[in-house]
Design a protein around this ligand. Sequence first.
Ligand code: TXA
Ligand code: MG
Length: 330
Amino acid sequence: MARILPLSGEDADAAIEQAALAIRSGSVVAFPTETVYGLGADALNAESVQKIYTAKGRPPTNPLIVHVLDRDAAKALSSRWPDFADALLGAFAPGPLSIVVPKASSVPDIVTAGMNSVAIRIPSHPVARALLEASGVPIAAPSANRANAVSPTTAQHVQKSLGGRIDLILDGGAAQAGLESTVVDLTVTPPRILRPGPVARSQIEAVIGSVDAPEEFDDSDLINSPGMLRKHYSPDAVLHIVSAADFPSALAARSSENIGCIVHSSHCEPPDYAEVIRLPADARQYGAQLYAALHAMDERGVAEILLEEPPHGDEWHAVHDRLRRAAHQM
Ligand code: TXA
Ligand code: MG
């Protein structure tokens, strides 16, 4: 099991120092960010970055996000600073936004899976920032989970997924946003949202004008296009997204054993025999708690989860994106 270093109290500075030393000497460290926990390594050291792929079981074709402290450090990783980069970072950095820009030659190919572009994020979480400061290097970090599993929002989630494969986890409590950063590709015109996240499309368009979002989908597709979607962000249990109206029949169609229900409205009244988690009806708070709910259902060992279909609209987009990837269609 990995050692979990708490960050409250007087040992906090020593914990950061220890983690920074590990990063500088080429190891990987799990650490909190405002989105989800990341598994970090020195982004400029190809051997260190390889350890991330190995620990996660991540395919080498999937590039990583590089975390830096500020805009100058971001520019140093880029061969050409695109239009809109300053405006976007001015509006949303530090915070849950990653920008994809042409990569500098100093960034090892393994970080970008051989692509000519690199994804960069300036995190706001004080622990992530303290770690960057103390390490003195950019930190490549994907979410700190085994490939294709649900991202971790607590140190305990990281321990469960990667504990046998890494040495150190910095424990900064529960991640605040709870969903991975919005990824915007600035190497194309118009810019393109590659992954919806806590910074909504409307917020981005308010700053840089109209953007592409090829993943944009009518949320009813969630239920209507089975088999089209890459499996990702999946819990162990089979997840079904069910409208409140269909909830009773979906329940009736299943045996009463081992069912989990994740609901957010009073329109769904799960039965007593089910494991029940109620989430807030507010999009931000829902997003913050969704992964923890999926982890908790796996912890309770349910075989199937019926999840009440969330509301629609711009601020729910990232939630629907992750659910779509996690769900098995009915
Ligand atoms: O919130 C987050 O972004 C978290 C925390 C730890 O910062 N990290 C995270 O990393 O979610 P990961 O590896 O799970 O997701 C990175 C995403 C992937 O969808 C990847 O394909 C995309 O960013 N990405 C990375 N570099 C890219 C590039 N050069 N071009 C296009 N997409 C890229
Ligand atoms: Mg991930």
